[in-house]
Write a protein that binds this ligand. Structure first.
Ligand code: FAD
Length: 389
């Protein structure tokens, strides 16, 4: 077993770093739409990434990718997110919907969606959760009823990230209410501006905008169905594994952690540098140990994928660990900064770019969205340890 990256992999990371050095100028970053918890968002940057072929690097070449593996894909995400690249417009489509389209899409669906995602011209929202279907997702009640060559959709989704500024929705619906709940689901992919779709804002305490999306007799052609009718549960399950295995939860908090390291070196308390205090040093060292563990968990998932496997409990493990690490960094930051912690970037007294309190609020939802930590632990217990359901 060798825990190093090959020369080709390091060269790819360097090529991306050079691209980011050129593009992420302070002038450009000042124009980027930044909203807490929603991610950095720039359609212009997504298009530039598409033009430079940085979207879908791990996809096969026939779909517009570079044909490199999942390990390289993880490296690219780590570099992008830790450098604060504004990838919010295309990232979810690239991370989880494109692979599902490759897996279950028809030739026409692949030809329509994949090039648009690769060019950074299409953002897709995740339409899974409902008021009574979160952890128990198979309980979802949004109905899709056949009507000639179309389906009529009625129901409600909740927490739909980005629905107010993305183009399409990947919607899980119930197409057969007369079979066990996991068996009667189907997925549709269609534009969010169809008649009958209403999007209402839902704000979190961190200030991020999420949405409730209502479907009132929305007519979609049958050709919008992704995969087989009533087989949607399997499409969703594989899709969630792609969502959970990402390195972005660690990478997005890494700059906050590095800000804390710098603060500890720079700031003195009672005449002693914070960095010299055993309690502080050990806390930071512990966080670094955990970061490295979390990082290798993500690369292990990518490596398993590169071996043709479909890591499932391994993805859950990395999701639970990465999202909880982010919360531990934010807590450590609040304790280190004391009364400075709540100051945001607008304050001239702010420390660590005013991100610590923001991070404490934003990282709270990381152990909920994409499946709660309890759900990830249930998956690990059952599929990883073989414990009963
Ligand atoms: C900021 C944010 C963004 C989101 N973005 C999206 C999105 O874009 N698209 C989307 O579809 N959804 C999204 N979600 C929804 C998210 O996936 C759900 O909130 C999550 O799956 C939990 O479901 P729930 O909120 O219904 O809580 P519940 O399922 O009601 O859970 C409540 C509590 O009970 C626990 N619990 C439930 N079942 C079990 C069990 N079997 N064993 C042990 N404990 C259990 C849970 O862990 C949790 O602590 C988002 C959520 C948030 C907060």
């Amino acid at each position: 077993m060798e825990f190093t990256f090959t020369q080709e992999q390091q060269a790819l990371r360097q090529e991306l770093a050079d691209f980011l050095d050129r593009e992420l100028t302070p002038e450009f970053m000042a124009t980027v739409d930044y909203r807490p918890e929603e991610g950095l968002f720039s359609k212009e940057f997504s298009r530039k990434m598409g033009q430079a072929r940085w979207i879908g690097v791990k996809w096969p070449r026939e779909y517009g990718g570079r044909g490199v593996g999942p390990v390289e894909g993880t490296m690219v995400t780590e570099e992008l997110v830790s450098r604060r690249a504004p990838i919010g417009y295309h990232y979810i489509s690239e991370r989880q919907f494109a692979p599902s389209i490759m897996q279950v899409g028809t030739t026409e669906q692949k030809a329509f969606f994949l090039p648009r995602i690769a060019r950074g011209e299409m953002g897709i929202a995740i339409g899974y959760s409902e008021p009574n279907a979160g952890s128990d997702l198979a309980n979802l009640q949004t109905r899709a009823t056949p009507d000639g060559d179309d389906y009529i959709i009625n129901g409600q989704k909740v927490w739909t990230s980005g629905a107010h500024r993305l183009d399409y929705i990947w919607l899980a619906t119930r197409t057969n209410p007369d079979v066990p709940k996991h068996k009667g689901l189907s997925v549709f992919l269609f534009p969010l501006d169809l008649p009958g779709v209403t999007i209402r804002p839902l704000y979190t305490m961190a200030g991020g905008r999420f949405n409730e999306v209502f479907f009132d007799n929305v007519r979609v052609p049958r050709t919008c169905m992704m995969g087989e009718k009533d087989q949607g549960w399997y499409v969703v399950a594989v899709n969630l594994d792609f969502e959970r295995s990402g390195i972005e939860r660690l990478a997005e908090v890494r700059p906050v952690f590095e800000g804390l390291l710098e603060l500890a070196r720079k700031v003195a308390r009672d005449g002693q540098a914070l960095a010299n205090m055993p309690l502080v040093r050990h806390r930071l060292a512990q966080l670094e140990i955990e970061y490295q563990i979390g990082r290798w968990m993500c690369y292990r998932v990518a490596w398993l994928q590169s071996q043709g496997k479909s890591p499932n409990y391994e993805s859950s493990m990395s999701k639970a660990f990465g999202s909880e690490w982010g919360q531990r960094v934010a807590q450590a930051g609040c304790q280190l900064l004391g009364l400075y912690a709540p100051l945001t970037r607008e304050s001239r007294w702010a420390q660590v770019s005013g991100e610590v309190a923001q991070s404490a609020l934003s990282t709270l939802s990381d152990t909920i969205r994409g499946g709660t930590s309890e759900v990830q632990r249930n998956i690990m217990a059952q599929r990883g340890l073989g414990l009963p359901r």
